[in-house]
Design a protein around this ligand. Structure first.
Ligand code: GLP
Length: 262
């Protein structure tokens, strides 16, 4: 079922798989649009467990004949410091789940470089912002959400006009992402992330959240005050935004008890 919260559209699906297929449809529809095809669609992409099924679906669509050759991608974030080929890096994640399996030319793939020495990160962040602008801006930004309401790696109290930058990760975020590193103490302490201001410049935003661990964050994001203490709440200031949830993530919302049937 769909429910409006102000300008925000929330759709609760019968399952995460159904929502992930819907997210893949949005991307395939976008790259098929004549206007997007003419200049090449630009996607903002997330990592994490949440979008894995969306990438699986996109790879299946590619194998069935859909080309991504005109698409440019910008990832939301990357740990710092981290080797480019480290198993826990988001660059590795993207290759494993998406980029190695579709036909996007490498020059059109952008992921913050977590291997740079700290003194080069600020310039790299400025270049990342410039590259987004040079691509014509992000047409569709797909986002997951942290259990503490973070988006990208914009932790609570991140400024709403923040840009791509180096940030310090919260302990909860390092705990949540420990599995990819073999323990929370092995998760890097910092990350490079698109800022909230950067994210909000995307023409359309699509937020995915599944499972009970996201229910409190979704409730705060959608029903609480729009405030920097819950970065995801700032997404409600965007005019073209849709949340795709499963019933567990929507458990704290008044959605009337229905669900989109698969
Ligand atoms: C990390 C990423 C976020 C992601 C979040 C949720 O912190 N930086 O972009 O949304 O994890 O991850 P998961 O989908 O694994 O719950």
């Amino acid at each position: 079922m769909a429910r409006e919260y102000g300008d925000v559209r929330v759709r609760v699906f019968s399952s995460a798989d159904h929502a992930l297929r819907c997210a893949a449809d949005r991307i395939v529809d976008l790259i098929a649009e004549p206007a997007a095809q003419a200049r090449g669609a630009t996607l903002g992409l997330p990592t994490g467990r949440t979008p894995i099924g969306m990438y699986r679906e996109l790879v299946a669509r590619h194998r069935a004949g859909i080309s991504f050759a005109g698409v440019t991608t910008f990832n939301l974030d990357e740990y710092h410091p981290i080797a480019r080929d480290a198993a826990g890096s988001f660059r590795h994640f993207m290759r494993e789940h998406f980029h190695d399996h579709v036909d996007i030319p490498p020059r059109q793939i952008h992921i913050p470089d977590g291997s740079l020495p700290a003194e080069r990160v600020a310039a790299h962040c400025r270049e990342y912002e410039q590259a987004i602008r040079a691509s014509g801006g992000i047409d569709l930004q797909v986002l997951g959400i942290g259990s503490n309401g973070h988006i990208g790696f914009n932790e609570p109290a991140s400024p709403r006009d923040s840009r791509t930058r180096l940030v310090e990760l919260h302990g909860q975020t390092r705990l949540d992402n420990a599995a990819a590193f073999g323990g929370p103490e092995l998760v890097p302490r910092h990350a490079i992330t698109m800022g909230i201001g950067t994210i909000l410049e995307g023409r359309a935003l699509l937020v995915l959240a599944f499972g009970a661990a996201k229910a409190a964050a979704m409730r705060a994001a959608l029903l609480g005050p729009i405030d920097e203490s819950v970065p995801a709440s700032l997404l409600r200031t965007h005019r073209q935004i849709e949340f795709l949830l499963d019933p567990a993530a929507a458990a704290g919302l008044d959605t009337g008890g229905g669900a989109v049937s698969a």
